[in-house]
Design a protein. Structure first.
Length: 118
């Protein structure tokens, strides 16, 4: 079962993923069992990863993204060109507190007067 993200959570995850480099590359052979295991290992250790897909067909890349998310119980964050970004919260370890939800905080809004008083 794929967990769904709110638009604010997706926005925060896209910002976190911006500087990341792809950790898995899916070649012409497509999605194999070994690649699924590798993606699973990376999701367990990093939670948020980028994947590069060599497939030229955008529809096929979308299908690959959906299949990865379905098999690994992950959430799709972004699909831009040949880059896929996926997220799966790290599993709780024994004795560890529950993971805190993503906090989206907007910057304080400045008033018109604050710009005039500079």
């Amino acid at each position: 079962m794929m967990s769904s993200l709110t638009s604010g959570e997706r926005r925060a995850l896209r910002a976190r993923a911006h500087h990341l480099r792809p950790v898995v590359k899916i070649g012409d052979a497509g999605l194999t069992a070994a690649l699924v295991r590798e993606i699973d290992v990376n999701l367990t250790s990093h939670e948020l990863i980028k994947i590069r897909v060599a497939e030229d067909d955008r529809l096929r890349r979308g299908q690959i993204l959906g299949e990865i998310c379905r098999v690994l119980d992950a959430s799709p964050v972004q699909h831009v060109g040949k880059i896929l970004v996926i997220f799966r919260p790290a599993p709780k370890r024994h004795g560890e507190a529950a993971a805190r939800p993503l906090k989206i905080r907007k910057p304080a809004r400045r008033t018109k007067r604050s710009y005039q008083m500079q």
